[in-house]
Design a protein. Structure first.
Length: 202
């Protein structure tokens, strides 16, 4: 994914949860959410959730509604095999096999791990704990409210700055017009004097 921008972390029940922005959509870290259950086995917790039939159905339905390039044929195969003891699913396998966009996998030194669209992240949080999900929703709403407030402040500041620039430019034009009028008047006066002098000599 391109143009990933890190936004402020969420703090959910004393758990720091990273958020990245892809385009204009926030993706919440499932890896950080999984730490609520077990800080040392986050990958296992996510995979355990993804092998569940209800989880696969939810992920597939979300993709069908939001992703025109979703590979529904692969999804049908996963759906039929989900829930069995032999069924294994990982975020990377899901993304690669189905062209999914609701879940993304990031590698790197900072903010690596599995991230998901808020709809999916809330579903995962509900699987972890209904109470935890409610705290996550409240914290996410707080983040979006703060961002909206910050945007309004920046918009008002930009509008005020534009207004100030307009006044400055208008005053500058007025001063130049006045200067031009005086200069033009002086030139006209001199021209009339010269014409009068020439006429008098003749």
């Amino acid at each position: 994914m391109k143009n990933n921008v890190i936004t402020p972390e969420l703090n959910v029940v004393n758990n720091k949860v990273s958020v990245i922005r892809v385009g204009n959509i926030d993706y919440i870290s499932l890896t950080d959410l999984a730490k609520y259950k077990d800080k040392d086995r986050t990958d296992y917790i996510i995979q355990n959730w993804m092998r569940n039939t209800n989880s696969i159905l939810f992920l597939g339905t979300w993709e069908i509604l939001n992703n025109i390039n979703f590979n529904s044929i692969e999804f049908d195969g996963f759906k039929n095999n989900s829930g069995t003891n032999a069924f294994v699913m990982t975020p990377k396998k899901w993304i690669k096999s189905t062209n999914a966009i609701g879940i993304i996998s990031k590698q790197g030194r900072y903010n690596s791990g599995t991230f998901a669209h808020p709809d999916i992240a809330f579903e995962f949080a509900s699987w972890l704990s209904p109470e935890f999900k409610l705290y996550l929703i409240k914290e996410f709403e707080r983040l979006k409210h703060n961002e909206a407030y910050q945007y309004r402040i920046e918009w008002q500041a930009s509008r005020l700055l534009s207004k100030v620039n307009y006044i400055i430019q208008t005053d500058s034009i007025k001063e130049n017009i006045v200067l031009c009028d005086k200069t033009c008047f002086s030139i006209i006066k001199r021209y009339n004097t010269i014409i009068h002098f020439i006429t008098k000599i003749r």
